[in-house]
Design a protein around this ligand. Sequence first.
Ligand code: NAD
Length: 314
Amino acid sequence: ASINKACVIGSGLIGRCWAALFARAGLEVRLFDIDEAQVTTALDAIRDIIAELHDNDLLRDQTVDEVLQRVSGSSNLGDAVGDADYVQECVPEVLDIKRKVFEQLDEVVKDSCILASSTSCIAPSKFTHDLKHSANCIVAHPVNPPHYIPVVEVVPAPWTSELTIETTRAFQLRLGQAPVVLRKEVNGFIINRLQYALLMEAWRLVEDGVATPQDVDTAVSQGLGLRWSFMGPFETIDLNAPGGVVDYCNRYGDTISAVCREQEDTRAMKGTATAATVHAAMRQDVPEDQLKSGARRAWRDRRLAALAVHKHKQ
Ligand code: NAD
C-alpha cells in the first residue's frame, strides 16, 4: 500500500525533523503532542527546517509554503492519526511511555498502518507485544539531525511482518534517507554499537595516559572521519590491500586480532576522574558559555548541512 498520510506522535526535537521530511516527500502530515504548546512551537520550528532545506537547495524544487501547508497540528490523538498510513512515534526514551503510546495507537490506527518508533536503543519487542497490530510495529531510528544525516536503522521485532520491514525500508528511501535493516534485535542496534566501541577505546587511550583527549579527537576529525563520510570499515579494508578483503585479512588479520585482545576491558565512565579530565580538556576549545548557549552545536549543524549538500551532489 502506498504511504500518503503520516502522523507524528511527540513534537519534540526528532518529531519536528520527521514532519519536515514527510512533508518534503509530498505527504500530508499531522502532529500530536501530549503538551499542546509543543505543537505550536513545533510548527514554527518545522517552518525553519523547511526554509533551511530550501536555502540549501534540498527541497526538491518546491517552495517553502507548498511543503509547509502539508503539515498541521492536532490536540487529539485519534484525530491526529485519522486514516494515516504511517505513524512515527517520537515520545521520550522511556519504556513505559512508549508502551502506553503504542497501546493507544493500537486502538485508533487503521489495519494497514505502519507503527514506527524513533527509539535510539529500546528493542521493539519490549513495547510492541500483545497488540492487535504487532506485525505492523517496527523501529525506524534516525540520527540527529535526520534532514542532514540520512541513515535510519530499521529494526523489526520477532513478530514484525516482512511486508512492514520492506514497506518501511522503501518509504525511507522515498524520504531521501538511507535505511539499514537489522535482521534481528540487538542492544544499541548498529550505530550505537559501533560508536560505543570507538568511544570506549578513546576512553582507554586517555585513561592509560597514551594521548590527550584533543589528540584522540584530532585522529578522528582530521583522519578516520574524512574517509568515513563516504565509506565504511569494510570498503576501507577492501581498498587497502591489492587483493581486497581476503588479501587484507591474510596480511593484517593477526596483528588486528592481537591489538583487539588488549581492548577487552570495559571501563566505567560515570563519576570517574577520566570523565572530569575529558570534560576539562573539551572546555579549553569550547568554553562553558559556548556550550550552554548552543553556539557550538549550531556550528556543528552548519558543517553537517554543508556536508549534506556536498554528498547530495555526488
Ligand atoms: P523530546 O523530549 O525533544 O520530545 C518528546 C516529545 O514527546 C515532547 O514534546 C513531549 O511533550 C512529548 N510527549 C511526552 N509524552 C507523550 C505522550 N504520552 N504522547 C504524546 N507526546 C508525548 O525528545 P526527542 O529528542 O525528540 O526524542 C524522541 C525520541 O526520538 C526518543 O525515543 C529518542 O531516543 C529518539 N531519538 C532522539 C534523537 C535525538 O538526537 N534527540 C536521535 C534519534 C532518536
